[in-house]
Design a protein around this ligand. Structure first.
Ligand SMILES: Cc1cc2nc3c(=O)[nH]c(=O)nc-3n(C[C@H](O)[C@H](O)[C@H](O)COP(=O)(O)OP(=O)(O)OC[C@H]3O[C@@H](n4cnc5c(N)ncnc54)[C@H](O)[C@@H]3O)c2cc1C
Length: 461
């Protein structure tokens, strides 16, 4: 058994009684409750916006456009709050859906608030122009300068539309991820700027103090959730555990492992297969956090955490040379790609390249009797990392490991099928680059593995 971080992880699963801790079991009921709360909130928002207009206002000039403008504005901002909550990383929800699941929902819904808020501005301008029998441009000027908080609401509108524009896939794919993400953060500012004009001018709130109070509480609660989950918990965890780089060790071609020492790591609840957003507190690096799976937990790595990183760009290149002693802040752990997701007794684990980090983590936590078949896929043998550790874990579980090396053309994903006779009866865990994971998941579905038994972690958010 290997005893310290410098020599790599031991391969004996420690008992939680020794102080180690796994992330809590996900509770799918939490998501059902959250969906019900969001649905009730949506119903209430539609209700208060529909009942706010009087019949006379509705029948007047521009009445229909003004009515539609108010409804779209209120529902659009409500959905914007839901979008914020989806990326606020509420631990109980994240544990069930994983960050990729939450982001998928965030992306699916994203167009709605933007389109509804754009419709709100457009319809109100048209409606008020009709009511005042003026031109549209003239009405824009009147609205922006003649009503309280409308100037800052206009700034908010411009920010939201800009964010909407850069989120379109064709534009986003041309931007550096960090620039796109930094721009995205302005959505918080835009929502804060838009709030005042809504409660001061919105017909659902003028003369309705109770509705205004409830709406304000919903906004304050959303802000509170963001502050606690995105800033509070990570800061407390980082300060509590005081992670420091203890060693950087080459693993394979372009791949290094970083071992981190810290305080009370036995009390940091993390399951194999989960990941953190890591922030290395060093000049030029501190301002960006990147996701990396935990390639060995403190349970198996003599009290140290380990991440294993493949050099694919600026940040990962810098990590290969990060000095010992560098302080590290963490956000997480995140991810539902854990042994908790296992539904069937036997499992197949497939790693594309550096996806081996998450696969190794899950393998470590799987119970006896899972008879794992592990497939390690790489374009060349030199880039296979952690192969020996995986082989030792597989041996402990009485499983088999296969290395599939070669180009995509030479070794298509279908090759996996030939290695696993009882494919349909297994749970499948797949991790690695986006294209690879999608191809394997598609193949497994075609081969008859039920969707609920396929668990994936894509190394791109
Ligand atoms: C859940 C998860 C777990 C991961 N685990 C590992 C791991 O264990 N080992 C490993 O080597 N890599 C892992 N990755 C991938 C790793 O995060 C990226 O390779 C790294 O952030 C690239 O940064 P860069 O500046 O060096 O390269 P860049 O040139 O900036 O990017 C290279 C690629 O990484 C993606 N990327 C860049 N920054 C981020 C970011 N902050 N969040 C998500 N994707 C990003 C880009 O879209 C691009 O496809 C993981 C990714 C995710 C989402």
């Amino acid at each position: 058994m290997i005893e310290d971080a410098a020599r790599g992880p031991s391969l004996t699963r420690s008992s939680p009684k020794l102080g180690a801790s796994w992330s809590p079991r996900p509770r799918p009921g939490v998501v059902d409750v959250a969906v019900a709360v969001v649905a009730v909130g949506l119903g209430a928002t539609v209700g208060i916006s529909l009942t706010a207009e009087t019949r006379t206002q509705f029948d007047g000039n521009g009445g229909i456009a003004i009515f539609a403008g108010n409804v779209t504005g209120l529902v659009g901002t409500y959905l914007a709050l839901v979008m914020v909550l989806l990326v606020s990383r509420i631990p109980w929800v994240e544990r069930v859906l994983g960050q990729d699941g939450l982001l998928r929902w965030h992306r699916r819904l994203a167009a709605w608030p933007i389109l509804l808020i754009a419709a709100h501005a457009f319809l109100l301008t048209i409606g008020y122009a009709q009511a005042a029998r003026s031109g549209i441009l003239h009405e824009v000027g009147t609205l922006v300068s003649g009503f309280a908080y409308m100037a800052i609401a206009t700034v908010a509108f411009v920010i939201m539309m800009l964010i909407g524009a850069v989120s379109v896939r064709a534009v986003r794919s041309r931007m550096k991820r960090e620039s796109w993400w930094a721009l995205h953060l302005f959505m918080y500012l835009a929502l804060a700027l838009a709030f005042a004009h809504e409660v001061v001018l919105g017909p659902s709130f003028v003369g309705h103090p109770l509705t205004r109070f409830v709406w304000s509480v919903a906004w304050a609660a959303t802000a509170g959730v963001v502050i606690v989950c995105r800033f509070g918990i990570p800061i407390v965890r980082s300060v509590r555990h005081r992670l420091v780089v203890a060693e950087v060790r080459p693993e394979a071609s372009g791949v290094v492992s970083i071992h981190l020492k810290g305080r009370h790591l036995d009390r940091l609840s993390v399951s194999g297969g989960q990941f953190f957003e890591w922030r290395f507190l060093r000049r030029g690096m501190w301002w960006q956090a990147h996701p990396f799976s935990v390639s060995a937990t403190a349970r198996s790595n003599a009290g140290s955490l380990r991440l294993t990183v493949k050099n694919v760009g600026d940040f990962t290149a810098a990590l290969a040379a990060v000095p010992v002693g560098t302080r590290v802040a963490i956000e997480g752990p995140y991810g539902a790609f854990t042994a908790h997701a296992q539904r069937r007794q036997r499992v197949l684990l497939v790693a594309g390249g550096i996806g081996v980090t998450a696969v190794r983590g899950v393998l470590e936590d799987l119970p006896a009797g899972c008879e794992p078949v592990v497939v390690l896929r790489a374009s060349d043998a030199g880039s296979l990392a952690l192969g020996d550790e995986v082989a030792a874990l597989v041996e402990r579980h009485h499983g088999t490991v296969h290395e599939l090396v070669g180009s995509r053309e030479a070794v298509p994903v279908e090759a996996i099928g030939a290695l696993v006779a009882d494919l349909k009866e297994r749970d499948a865990y797949v991790a690695g680059p986006e294209g690879f994971v999608e191809a394997v998941v598609e193949f497994l579905s075609r081969a008859g593995v039920p969707v609920k038994s396929i668990h994936s972690e894509i190394y791109a958010l």
